[in-house]
Design a protein around this ligand. Structure first.
Ligand SMILES: NC(=O)c1ccc[n+]([C@@H]2O[C@H](COP(=O)([O-])OP(=O)(O)OC[C@H]3O[C@@H](n4cnc5c(N)ncnc54)[C@H](O)[C@@H]3O)[C@@H](O)[C@H]2O)c1
Length: 365
């Protein structure tokens, strides 16, 4: 899949120009970045492998990186946000259809890249509950393959592993990275995801310690925004609100989440790629300001979408996360990360995107 390597590199930027950003002495002039990304991290002149790059976050990250870097997307297209992104055919994009369970394919995709963002995973609570064994295989064995290829490569400047806020268990208020993680009850399929992701965090950090791989982990807290595929409450609510269908809220809707707009996590990833102090850490990336109950989220979306939809409460007999709000002080301190898009603004942008998709005939499910 995909074409040969493009010959262009990002606008004459030096290959080694990793510029720390986001505060103190590392703050830089970012006037070359797109409007709205003032003060954003600069990653330029790199060749970045994004496993899972056809997914929601991966496609948004590819969009951000493509003008100034070459990007290799490696994905089995279990989910696909890339194909409708308009990025296919970009001169700096190479797409490889492959599976992280195929060690040889992973090693070959890593050939001559300078950085790796490992997003490929089985994610989404409904999928995880239906496929717990596949979740553990892909997330643990797949990550093992990517890490082994990374140390065989030997010259990577950065390796980002993707963990999850689920490692904090069912109640996490102002949760910071140093707190104990929670594994959940054995036999509950939902927790296979958190356990698998926690294993990848341990692996990434031990590969950093033992093999000098410049690795770190990111724990995303409830990401939403344009281009989301698969699952997620905001995706579900907006699609139904625009259709005038009922919005289904699990149990009484009192679960509390902090929602992070996709541009903010993309910025967090770019900071983690460019900050010299990032390796050897795990970082919470989220937006603690954008916190509300699931019921209030549904109401807010109905109002912002101008919808007549009703809210219905459906029983959900699986363990759920009742409270999840990150502490992001460590990411602020080390990366200079600061979420910028508040919930109302982010929801309005997201609703506008879904509405435009509908008008162009691409209806989400
Ligand atoms: N979106 C969130 O709120 C959130 C929260 C916590 C963690 N994460 C993590 O962030 C990463 C990206 O999440 P996302 O929301 O973009 O999910 P996504 O499902 O949209 O993207 C994951 C991508 O991985 C690909 N993939 C799955 N199995 C694969 C395999 N065996 N080989 C190759 N590719 C495979 C899928 O096709 C998909 O394109 C994942 O690791 C996820 O666990 C996301």
């Amino acid at each position: 899949m995909g074409g040969g390597w493009p010959l262009t590199m990002g606008r004459g930027v030096a290959k080694d120009s990793l510029v720390p950003a986001g505060g103190g002495a590392g703050r830089v002039d970012n006037s070359s970045l797109e409007a709205g990304m003032a003060d954003g991290a600069i990653v330029a002149g790199e060749r970045v492998l994004i496993t899972g790059g056809a997914g929601f976050i991966g496609t948004s990250l590819a969009r951000r990186l493509l003008e100034e870097n070459e990007v290799v997307v490696f994905d089995n297209f279990h989910r696909d946000a890339l194909s409708r992104s308009g990025l296919r055919g970009h001169r700096n994009l190479r797409v490889i259809e492959g599976d992280v369970l195929d060690a040889a394919a992973v090693a070959s995709a890593m050939d001559s890249v300078t950085m790796v963002v490992h997003l490929a995973a089985v994610a989404g609570v409904d999928t995880v509950i239906k496929q717990p064994t596949r979740t553990m295989r892909v997330n643990i064995i797949g990550t093992y393959h990517v890490l082994e290829a990374a140390i065989a490569h030997g010259k990577l400047k950065r390796f980002i592993d993707f963990s999850t806020s689920e490692v904090f268990g069912t109640h996490a208020y102002n949760a910071s990275e140093g707190e104990a993680t929670v594994l959940g009850a054995v036999g509950e399929a939902r927790w296979t995801y958190a356990v698998s992701k926690l294993a990848t965090e341990h692996m990434a950090l031990t590969y950093w310690k033992e093999f000098d791989l410049p690795a770190l982990s990111i724990r995303p807290f409830n990401i939403y925004g344009p281009g989301q595929v698969g699952e997620g409450a905001i995706h579900h609510f907006i699609v139904r609100a625009l259709d005038g269908r009922p919005l289904e809220v699990h149990n009484d809707g009192s679960q509390i989440r902090a929602w992070c707009y996709v541009d903010d996590i993309v910025e967090g990833i770019c900071l983690a790629l460019s900050s010299p102090d990032a390796p050897g850490h795990a970082f919470n990336i989220g937006n603690p300001r954008s916190t509300l109950t699931i019921y209030n989220l549904a109401r807010e979306i109905i109002e912002l979408a101008g919808s007549d939809s009703q809210i219905v409460f459906v029983p959900w007999n699986f363990p759920d996360v009742e409270l999840r709000i990150p502490n992001i002080d460590k990411a602020r301190r080390i990366l200079g990360y600061e979420p910028r898009v508040d919930l109302e603004d982010g929801l309005a942008r997201t609703i506008a995107w879904y509405r435009a998709q509908r008008e162009s005939g691409r209806r989400e499910q």
